[in-house]
Design a protein around this ligand. Sequence first.
Ligand code: GDP
Ligand code: ZN
Length: 357
Amino acid sequence: MACAPPSINSLEALGFSSFFAAQWDPEGDLVPGRVVAQHRGEWDVATPTGSLRAILAGRLYEERGQPAASRALAQPAVGDWVLLSQSTQGQLHVIERVLTRRTQLVRGAAGRRTTPQVIVANVDLVVVVCALSPPGTDPDVVRRGLNPKRIERYLAAVTQGGADAAIVLNKADLHEDARAVVAALGARFAPYPVITTSATTPNGHTELGVLLDPGKTIGLVGLSGTGKSSLARALLGDSTLRTGAVREVDGRGRHTTVHRELFMTPSGALLIDTPGMREFALAEEHSGLDGFEDVIEIAAGCRFRDCRHRGEPGCAATAALARGELSEERLLSYLELAEELHQKRAFYRKRARDKLR
Ligand code: GDP
Ligand code: ZN
């Protein structure tokens, strides 16, 4: 399978902007391609002439040397632009270079113990998907669907990696006054756009269209159940995303199933949907009390290890509150998050126990 010289136009359709073009010599032997799926030690790379299976150049394996963190970050991720040379050993092409990323979404960036992992690279826009609830829904369920604190955490992780963000309030069809929610959140999260969608109503997702420029790569994040798959299906206009499976003919003429994670919408925008992207929401949930280091430090001074910081004797947090060194709002946010985390951990522990039975 030879790599015909690609036309810059079709590379652009895959998201090859001037930022990446500047890192490539069209006169050279290497061909640019975009990583669309990752396997153990192998990558599926989309080029204007089709999808190729590629391995990493041995030199790059070696360069991955030293600290585990930078090694993990240097691995090609879905969305990366790479430069390929053709292998002499038949079908497999070789990734000779990973081009400098414009953006990256990293999981575990804030944690100190976990090795950070690039979930996706070169996403232009990350859409934070929330779900509106019908009137009379249990407040806990409402808060699960739409939680400004969680949106804040997502925005922090997304913008840290250099991508743009937008907030989508899905299931607008269920809510009686979505516009009021948009106004309130719009004020709180400006300049990030807040828009409503309805993924299961025909034409209900049209507002999302304004975010989809040709050649622009977008990803959806949010808790499960908020409607990410439904939105993706609505955007793509077919059902391939249900499994991400595409039938392809391999080098020996057999039909194989390829699990692609980068899709083109009819409007020409590129949609990234990886398992990691889905786990990202959960990881963010579990990243725990990152961002509350100040409160954690103060609370370390409490007399009792299991202090609930609600006026117990010797509570350092209550004392800091009294001295004006800690705001009540900050302490309440911390307590709220700690409680949420506590309940979630109990839930996952129970689920793990149930699985063992
Ligand atoms: P995901 O876990 O985020 O991918 O969520 P899904 O796309 O699987 O949706 C979860 C459930 O919500 C499904 O039963 C969908 O049919 C439903 N759903 C998704 N979007 C909407 C919407 O805009 N309006 C309504 N009423 N239901 C929706
Ligand atoms: Zn305390």
